[in-house]
Design a protein. Structure first.
Length: 109
């Protein structure tokens, strides 16, 4: 990230704290501690969920790979390489649409 982006994030954080201080009835110290605890709990929860999703995803991929015969995976790859790339349809004026050509060929000319 650039310095400008860090500065923007710092301004957003300070604005958030300022809005919280103005709109809450509790003292600043108590508000800041409660907000910090809440933010920490949210961060830990998000990290846990992300880690758990990665573990489940890797375990699922590993089990699928272990149960799939190598020959069938290789044959699927060979079939995909042998498929022809379709030509994009012509537009009314006879030229080809750049969007459809990019989508159909994956940007390969």
């Amino acid at each position: 990230m650039d310095r400008n982006e860090y500065a923007f994030l710092a301004l957003v954080a300070l604005a958030t704290i300022a809005i919280g201080v103005v709109t809450t009835s509790e003292p600043f110290g108590k508000f800041f501690v409660n907000s910090t605890v809440s933010a920490s709990q949210t961060m830990i929860t998000m990290a846990w969920i992300t880690w758990l999703a990665l573990v489940v995803g890797v375990a699922t991929a590993g089990s699928v790979e272990a149960e799939t015969p190598c020959v069938s995976v290789t044959s699927v790859g060979d079939v995909q390489r042998m498929l022809p790339i379709p030509k994009p349809p012509a537009v009314a004026d006879g030229s080809r649409s750049m969007v459809s050509e990019t989508v159909l060929t994956g940007g390969i000319s």
